[in-house]
Every structure is written in structure tokens, then in C-alpha cells.
Ligand binder design. Structure first.
Ligand SMILES: O=c1nc2n(C[C@H](O)[C@H](O)[C@H](O)CO)c3cc(O)ccc3cc-2c(=O)[nH]1
Ligand SMILES: C[C@H]1O[C@@H](n2cnc3c(N)ncnc32)[C@H](O)[C@@H]1O
Ligand code: SF4
Length: 327
């Protein structure tokens, strides 16, 4: 029997690249006011004939006290609503939200996400010096609210931004503690930092051995029911990817035409990834952006859409098995 590795067939919509934070490793942000926000008609056009299930809504941030904050959140809500109307399942990751904002977006998302990055406050003196959204207390509170609101949640660690192994452990223990309380963390991303062309401060990439070590440590600390996700385009070799799987990673995250956060690091095609995984007897299979144990947490209309996607995926798999048997 082969071991199943999952990925989410995804397409990313970016409401705006403008962001009031300046994380020194970011290749995504532009100055507030210098960007034209994604309009609904343009988004509708982008969503035509996509081979995706998940729509990842990934955004730069408008300051919580700005007069434009309400318009920004409305646009995010409307984009999620549009994605659902077009037959997709939204997952929103747009930085910290107020409790009310999060509650509102729960109505139009099958899961949501926010990277914890790292809990250590030392990063506020360097990479996060101009990034108030990255204050550890603010992000921890987000994870707690998501639990209270019963939102299936994705979080993760950004690796190689100047933290120590003890910092990883501290962050992972905090995630475990919150999950033990609310049971809402479906997956944890181990995101190796990779330099791009636009970041304000040149920095080294996260070394592959460091990533493999992080997977080992993570598997030891996190509860069994949290899946470890590795973005395959950010590892430097196939060997490393296979070593991460051996160490306990089970998911490759959203795979689509463009990684908006790291646009210079392209994904391999699914058939290449499938072949590479097969050499070690892993089989690659698509999944939804919500793990099935959380289906009952979703609003009724979204439960219906998720059910029909599950049926579609199951029949696709049966077809594949039949084809393999005939071949
Ligand atoms: O294509 C990407 N997808 C990213 N995703 C998407 C992720 O791969 C999928 O949306 C989840 O697996 C949900 O199915 C994130 C989701 C989060 O909630 C938090 C952070 C990320 C980071 C990225 C990313 O850098 N690139
Ligand atoms: C959406 C997520 O993308 C991650 N992120 C931001 N910039 C980079 C980079 N250069 N390399 C890898 N990950 C990055 C952060 O962890 C953020 O929370
Ligand atoms: S990583 Fe996110 S919060 Fe930081 S500058 Fe980039 S878009 Fe803004």
C-alpha cells in the first residue's frame, strides 16, 4: 500500500498588495495607496474555467484604524462570496482581523489561516520592526478567536528569519495548547523563507537541512491530528521534499499557476510531482481546503457545496482506480 500525500488545487486572488506593515522578507507588498484594488468584474473574469477547488484570498493589510478598513473588508467578503457563487471554496488569509471581522468572514469561508510566524518577541527588533501585525500576542489571539468561532484553521511557522530551534519549540507548543483547547487547527505549514527580488533586507534562504529538522521536531510536538504542510516549490531539491515526507509531512498545500508570495519559485507540474513521490511509494491526491472532520462546523449553505465537492473528488478517485486496474 502506498502512503497518501495531499495537495489543494488552488488559485489565488489578491484583493490588494498594499500593506501598512513592512516585513523585511516580504516580496508581495506595495506602499499603501499605490495599488488598484481587485474589482469584482476582474475577479469574475479570472475565475472562469479554472481547474481549481480552493480560492485562496491573500492580501496586504489596511490599518485597523484606517477609514478604508471597512471598504477593504467588504471587498474581501464580496470576493469570497463571488468565489462561492462561481463554484469554488474560499480560504482567506489576510492578516489579523477583529473578532467581528472574523465572525463575518466565517460565513463565506470553508477555512481560514494566519501564520504565527514565530512567537519570539526578538524578531520585533529586526525583521518585524515595522510590522505591528506581527506582534506575537496579536497573532495568538487570532488563533484563539478562530477556535472560539469554530473556524477550521491553518497556521504555521516561517523558518529561517533569525529564530532559534528553541523558538520553534515554543511556537509549536503554543499551537498545541490552543488546539487542545478548541480542536480547530487542521494543518501547520512549515514555510522555509526564500529570498525574492523585492524584499527590503537581503537575507539567506532557509537551509534544506534546517527544514527537515523542523519537520522532525514538529511531528514530535504537535498532536497527531494536525497535518504538517510543506510548500514543494520552496524546497531546494526533490530529495529534501522526500526527506520531509519521511519525517512526517503529509501535505503540499495549495498548488496553482502562481505562488503570489514567492512568485519567482514555480511549482513543478502535478505529473512531475506525482512521479517523484511515486519513487518512494507515495501517492499524490487532491483534497479540499477544509478537512472532513470540520464539515459540521460550516454554515449550512457551505456544507452543501463541500459535500458536492467531496462526491466529485471521490468519483474522480474511483475512476482513476478503475483506469489503473484496466491498464
Ligand atoms: O500558494 C501559497 N499558498 C499559501 N497558503 C495556502 C495554503 O497552501 C492552502 O490555502 C491551505 O492548505 C488551505 O487549503 C497559505 C495559507 C495560509 O492559511 C497561511 C499561509 C499560506 C501561505 C501560502 C503561500 O505562501 N503560498
Ligand atoms: C502568507 C505568508 O507568507 C509568508 N512569507 C512572506 N514572505 C515570504 C518569503 N520571502 N519566503 C517565504 N515565505 C514568506 C509569511 O509567513 C506569511 O504569513
Ligand atoms: S508579509 Fe504580509 S504583513 Fe508582512 S509586509 Fe508582506 S503582506 Fe504585509
Amino acid at each position: 500500500m502506498s502512503l497518501t500525500i495531499t495537495y489543494s488545487p488552488a488559485y489565488t486572488l489578491v484583493p490588494t498588495y498594499e500593506c501598512f506593515n513592512q516585513c523585511s522578507y516580504c516580496n508581495f507588498r506595495v506602499q499603501p495607496g499605490s495599488d488598484i484594488w481587485l474589482s469584482l468584474p476582474r475577479a469574475r473574469a479570472m475565475l472562469q474555467e479554472l481547474d481549481a477547488i480552493e480560492i485562496l484570498i491573500l492580501s496586504g493589510e489596511v490599518h485597523p484604524k484606517s477609514s478604508r478598513r471597512r471598504t477593504w473588508l467588504d471587498r474581501i467578503y464580496d470576493l469570497c462570496h463571488l468565489a462561492i457563487a462561481e463554484g469554488f471554496l474560499p480560504h482567506t488569509n489576510v492578516g489579523p482581523l477583529s473578532f467581528e471581522e472574523m465572525k463575518r468572514l466565517k460565513q463565506v469561508n470553508v477555512s481560514m489561516g494566519l501564520m504565527l510566524e514565530q512567537l519570539t518577541p526578538t524578531l520585533l527588533d529586526n525583521v518585524h520592526h515595522h510590522a505591528p501585525s506581527k506582534r506575537p500576542a496579536v497573532r495568538l489571539e487570532q488563533l484563539m478567536w478562530a477556535g472560539q468561532l469554530q473556524i477550521p484553521f491553518t497556521t504555521g511557522l516561517l523558518l529561517g528569519i533569525g529564530e532559534t530551534e528553541t523558538d520553534w519549540e515554543e511556537t509549536l507548543v503554543a499551537i498545541s495548547t490552543l488546539h487542545n483547547q478548541y480542536g480547530h487547527i487542521q494543518e501547520v505549514i512549515l514555510q522555509p523563507h526564500q529570498p525574492g527580488e523585492r524584499q527590503t533586507q537581503l537575507a539567506l534562504p532557509c537551509d534544506d537541512n534546517m527544514l527537515i529538522r523542523a519537520v522532525h521536531i514538529t511531528r514530535q510536538i504537535l498532536p497527531e491530528d494536525i497535518t504538517i504542510q510543506i510548500p514543494p516549490n520552496l524546497v531546494q531539491s526533490t530529495q529534501t521534499l522526500l526527506a520531509c515526507l519521511k519525517a512526517g509531512a503529509r501535505d503540499l498545500g495549495g498548488i496553482g499557476p502562481l505562488d503570489e508570495v514567492n512568485p519567482t519559485y514555480h511549482h513543478k507540474t502535478l505529473s512531475t510531482l506525482t512521479a517523484q513521490l511515486q519513487t518512494q511509494n507515495y501517492s499524490l491526491t487532491p483534497r479540499l481546503p477544509v478537512y472532513s472532520q470540520y464539515d459540521s462546523w460550516l454554515p449550512a449553505n457551505l456544507q452543501q457545496k463541500v459535500q458536492s465537492w467531496r462526491t466529485r473528488l471521490d468519483s474522480r478517485k474511483t475512476l482513476n482506480i478503475q483506469r489503473n486496474c484496466e491498464a
